[in-house]
Design a protein around this ligand. Structure first.
Ligand code: ADP
Ligand code: MG
Length: 234
């Protein structure tokens, strides 16, 4: 198991947001955390990444307890996070955005190079001289994912990666996520888009009101109309 989240409780100030949330992720799989708006998806991913610390519970990443560690240490251990707000440098070119990410890794000696990134994201190669801020939402999302890959993560967390994107771009990102998995990277992404998620993931968790309510294979959820109706907007 690459990641084990065991009964975490997360608060914002005095608001109790996550209640005994548990997840288990095996190397090489794609797992989706589904849930409605406000269910606690972002809080779960931020807690795993160390951006918020749980008040109780355990998070074990590659055999080491990481709850309580600062996020940069968790990142160094091999976790990457693409937040839902897709932060890029709008005044820098696409290539410069990637070069900055490369500098931040251990002397850039990992698997991902700018050439490899361009092989995965041809659109970024095409627009490499354009300023990041001129890209479409989908292209900016690809740039954010690409930058995070430059950090050579073993586990990649993506927070609602296709939210608000056009259908064609959603499809492209789905293909890219599968290709990333084929490079041996484990993925955990959150989504509200059930149709997209069931095409991409192998394992599903559903979170509702800060509690993990369901876990199962994609095949099991596909046939479970009751659960989908109860916890997801389908
Ligand atoms: N910084 C914050 N301070 C207080 N409450 C927050 C904060 N961020 C999120 N929340 C609350 O926590 C709950 C879960 O939010 P979030 O994890 O963002 O859900 P999701 O990503 O599933 O939409 C919501 O009720 C939201 O209003
Ligand atoms: Mg969210």
């Amino acid at each position: 198991m690459i990641l084990e989240v065991a009964q975490i409780n997360t608060f914002y100030g005095s608001s109790h947001i996550l209640f005994d949330v548990s997840l288990e992720i095996t190397e090489g799989e794609i797992v989706v955390l589904l849930g409605r708006n406000g269910a606690g998806k972002s809080t779960t991913l931020k807690t795993i990444m160390g951006l918020v610390h749980p008040r109780s519970g355990k998070i074990t990443f590659k055999g080491l307890r990481v709850d309580g560690l600062p996020s940069y240490k968790i990142a160094r251990r091999g976790m990457g996070f693409v937040p839902e707000d897709r932060i890029i440098f709008p005044d820098l070119t696409v290539r410069e955005n990637l070069e900055i990410a490369l500098k931040k890794t251990a002397k850039g000696k990992g698997f991902w190079t700018i050439q490899k990134i361009f092989g995965f994201f041809p659109v970024l190669e095409k627009f490499q001289s354009r300023e990041g801020g001129t890209l479409s939402g989908g292209e900016q999302q690809m740039l954010t994912v690409a930058r995070t890959l430059m950090g050579n993560p073993e586990l990649l967390l993506l927070d609602e990666p296709v939210e608000g994107l056009a259908p064609l771009v959603v499809k492209m990102l789905g293909e890219i996520i599968k290709q990333i998995k084929d490079q041996g990277i484990t993925l955990l992404f959150s989504e509200q888009n059930v149709k997209f998620s069931l095409k991409i993931a192998q394992k599903v968790y559903i979170i509702d009101k800060g509690m993990t309510r369901y876990q199962g294979s994609v095949e099991e959820l596909r046939e479970n109309e009751e659960i989908k109706k109860k916890y997801l907007a389908v």
